[in-house]
Design a protein around this ligand. Structure first.
Ligand SMILES: Nc1ncnc2c1ncn2[C@@H]1O[C@H](COP(=O)(O)OP(=O)(O)O)[C@@H](O)[C@H]1O
Ligand SMILES: [Mg+2]
Length: 368
């Protein structure tokens, strides 16, 4: 498994300059409220495809008052391979773009990065996931899908881009041949996206099996959406044709609505507490949290078995303190069994007792 063996920050969030002492083991980060624990996790996700753990703009990630280049660097180690050095810089004065270097070479492809490193995270902001609008669950679904496939983020981006291009062209009253082309792209990427989401949902059952833990309830995932329905009813080939026809038929309607009214960008993820046969939305707050933890663990387990599954790193922000003793032990044991590098945070060290046997401890420095 790949492991982060060094982390340095320069003008990121609350850190002017910081070098975190890491060894490659999992890490327990403790500190008072506002100490900078989540900031560290967020910094790691600067190395992921897409937006980071807070979904924030890059200019917000840069330390307030910074004038010089901001950024972070990590060393990624993998078994006996030569470690890889990854650097993200966010250049002034606008701090609005990310430059990524892999071993000193600038890379423009997000997929090069996601072949090396992918993150799966659970944060307090996700506590309301099942009550949110579908968009949040869709993002979550795409994140967990991307955890097992370096291609997923690129497919999602390709779909979004084709959809934007089509909409721009519709608004200008553009060339039908170009519209056909953008729609063909949407169909291609959109079907791939839906299939990958479906296989993520299906693969979860295997993940739960492999984990053999009882402490966290099993979730069942169902993806509700236009293209998912076409795929289920018609099979892939016919679904392609139907999706393309639908887009073509809908040009005028979409233009008037100024958004695309049909496609996998509108799907929703429906999660059910399997044992209780209860929609997650109607489960208690504690049950929802336990479902999410189980889901992340099952996904990590399934992803580990995939082709580029060695690149996964888990981030669990403020998860442990809310668990009872039994569940803490189960989480520690499961993480140990997964063998992935995990970064856990909490205000106090005490709840981490079951974890510390094979994890390092890190405390953000005090601000002066
Ligand atoms: N861009 C920024 N520049 C400087 N400080 C920031 C920036 N963004 C957030 N902070 C500070 O970081 C602190 C929060 O850090 P965080 O990692 O969320 O704490 P916690 O340890 O509770 O997880 C707050 O004090 C906040 O003001
Ligand atoms: Mg925090």
């Amino acid at each position: 498994m790949r492991r982060i063996t060094s982390l340095t920050l320069q003008d990121i969030r609350s850190y002017a300059a910081f070098q975190a002492p890491l060894t490659g083991r999992s890490v327990v980060i403790t500190g008072a409220n506002g100490a900078g624990k989540t900031n560290l996790l967020e910094t790691l996700t600067l190395f992921g495809a897409g937006r980071g753990l807070r979904g924030a703009k890059l200019s917000d990630v840069v330390r307030v008052g910074a004038t010089g280049p901001a950024g972070a660097g990590i060393t990624l180690s993998h078994n006996e391979d030569e470690p890889v050095r990854l650097v993200v810089s966010i250049p002034p004065p606008r701090f609005d773009r990310r430059e990524v270097k892999i071993d000193g070479e600038v890379t423009r492809s997000a997929s090069a990065l996601s072949e090396l490193l992918r993150f799966l995270w659970l944060t307090p902001a996700m506590d309301r996931l099942f009550m949110e609008a579908p968009a949040e669950r869709r993002k979550f679904l795409d994140r967990i899908a991307a955890a097992g496939s370096s291609a997923h983020a690129a497919t999602a981006a390709r779909y979004e881009k084709a959809m934007r291009q089509r909409m721009a062209l519709l608004e200008q009253g553009g060339d039908p041949a170009l519209l056909d082309m953008f729609e063909a792209d949407m169909v291609d990427a959109g079907i791939a996206l839906s299939l990958a989401r479906k296989s993520t949902a299906d693969g979860l059952a295997r993940g739960y099996e492999a984990l053999r833990q009882q402490a966290f309830p099993r979730a069942h995932l169902f993806i509700e959406g236009d293209v998912e329905l076409l795929l289920a009813e018609q099979g892939e080939d016919q679904a392609r044709l139907s999706f393309a026809q639908r887009l073509q038929r809908q040009r005028r309607v979409d233009r008037d609505a100024r958004r695309t009214l049909f496609g996998p960008h509108r799907s929703d993820l429906i999660v059910t507490h399997e044992e209780k046969q209860m929609p997650a939305r109607q489960c208690s707050t504690g049950e929802q949290k336990a479902l999410l933890i189980g889901l992340i663990l099952a996904r990590a387990s399934a992803a580990k078995a995939s082709a580029d599954g060695s690149s996964l790193i888990l981030l669990m922000d403020e998860v442990v303190a809310h668990l009872d003793h039994h569940r803490r032990e189960a989480l520690a044991e499961t993480l140990h069994g997964l063998g992935l590098q995990a970064f856990l945070t909490g205000t106090d060290l005490e709840p981490f007792a079951p974890f510390l046997a094979d994890m390092d401890q890190l405390q953000p420095p005090s601000p002066d």
